[in-house]
Design a binder for this molecule. Structure first.
Ligand code: GLY
Length: 422
């Protein structure tokens, strides 16, 4: 099978590495890729948000399967264009990707499907903002209704900070979603979905705030770990039965069947799981940890999802142990990351037994590896348990040098110290 992966982050690097280990895969291409991905796949330039361009590239490369990593091309209908060209595609249609592209749409689907989620209101007129804020908080959850790469969300006990964020979004012409605050530890559950068949992957936990102890602004994600030792065993089944399956069925009922990766972000509160958000693609940085433990051929799972035959393949098998992703971010991330600094110590990109360095914001300049984005690298550690996976990840992080960079030192730590309970 010849596979084309669309995207340029560490998530796509992890997908490329898993495909490279898969005996059924004869060629892996990536577009546009990055400096690390280029060591494991043939990299091509493409305008990733153009369905016409992606479909043409897939045809030119003789791809049997296209895997679309990021949400923007999915929301813009790139998967529709690839399928219209007669090529199997892992990723939902534009109609189904609205589950991530519009939070108001997602709320409407969840209400119809009877899925527990935060109470919410959409504000699209600055004159309504203050009265709406009075109906929420404390704590206030203020979100950009559209796509914002994780950075459109402010969760704060400070009403004026909540107001400032809402006013700024409205000034930019973006409707604002106010939500009641959901308490409890968060879980990211990725499910392969082909219409109505739902197959869960390992549950993971993201660390969205920039600083240790969950301090500072929200980011695209500073680290993740899997599995979750504190999560009761029957919770994944309950999330599939009570959350993901009803949403998949509701989307199918509306004529917008979901095909691809449906990512449920949940808070596990006293009354059970409640949805914080849905995403229409693999999460970043959780994917880097989840795929590190995958023991099944990835191409079979992705191709079965893309071709509507998921019910016919064996469920995914997983390696024992745990995996931890630590994101190394550029100076000033998430506000205005500095780029163009030389990176050393990341050279052995790829997986060995205990760690891997996956690239996100990198490029080569005069033969040197330099930073080219906010989240620069994802370091993945694998071990017999979470403590060992953390040790392996942080030992590898310590060998990487990038001026001004920063990373969280507490990824997975609360779980290792049994400080999370539900
Ligand atoms: N882990 C957060 C995201 O992928 O949106």
């Amino acid at each position: 099978m010849r596979v084309l992966v669309i995207g340029s982050g560490a998530r796509e690097h992890a997908i490329v590495l898993a495909l490279r280990k898969d005996p059924a895969v004869t060629a892996v291409f990536a577009a546009p890729g990055n400096a690390g991905i280029a060591q494991h796949a043939q990299v091509r330039a493409v305008e990733a948000s153009s369905g016409e361009a992606v479909a043409a590239l897939a045809g030119e490369l003789g791809a049997d399967l296209v895997v679309i990593g990021p949400e923007v091309p999915l929301v813009l209908g790139v998967a529709d264009a690839v399928r219209a060209a007669g090529i199997a595609c892992f990723g939902p249609s534009a109609a189904a990707a609205r589950i991530e592209g519009s939070k108001a749409f997602a709320k409407n689907v969840m209400a119809a499907a009877g899925v527990r989620t935060a109470h919410s209101e959409v504000v699209d007129n600055p004159a309504d903002l203050d009265a709406a804020l009075d109906r929420f908080g404390p704590t206030w959850v203020v979100k950009d209704d559209g796509l914002a790469a994780g950075k459109g969300v402010v969760v704060t006990a400070d009403r004026s900070a909540a107001r400032d964020h809402g006013a700024e979004l409205l000034e930019q012409g973006h409707p604002v979603l106010l939500e009641s605050f959901l308490d409890g530890p968060e879980v990211s559950l990725f499910c392969l979905v082909d219409g109505e068949t739902v197959v869960p992957l390992l549950p993971a936990q993201d660390h969205k705030r920039v600083g240790d102890g969950d301090t500072g602004p929200n980011t695209g994600g500073m680290g993740a770990y899997t599995p979750l030792p504190w999560l009761p065993q029957d919770t994944v089944r309950a999330i599939v039965d009570d959350v993901v399956q009803p949403v998949a069925t509701e989307l199918a009922r509306r004529g917008s069947s979901f095909s691809g990766l449906l990512y449920a972000g949940l808070a596990i509160g006293a009354d059970g799981p409640a949805v914080v958000e849905f995403n229409c693609r693999f999460g970043d940085p959780e994917t880097q940890a989840v795929l590190a433990l995958l023991d099944s051929p990835l191409s079979e799972l992705l191709n079965a999802t893309a071709t509507g035959t998921l019910a016919e393949v064996e469920p995914p098998r997983w390696r024992d142990g745990a995996a931890v992703t630590v994101v190394i971010a550029a100076e000033n991330y998430p506000s205005r990351p500095r780029v163009g600094d030389v990176i050393t110590g990341a050279e052995d990109s790829g997986r060995n037994e205990s760690s891997a360095v996956l690239h996100a914001g990198t490029q080569t300049r005069d033969g040197a590896l330099v930073s080219a984005g906010g989240r620069v690298l994802s370091v993945v550690g694998v071990g017999a348990d979470l403590a060992q996976a953390r040790e392996n990840a942080y030992a590898r992080v310590a060998r990487i040098k990038l001026a001004g960079s920063h990373y969280r030192t507490d990824i997975g730590l609360a779980a290792v110290q049994s400080r999370i309970s539900v």
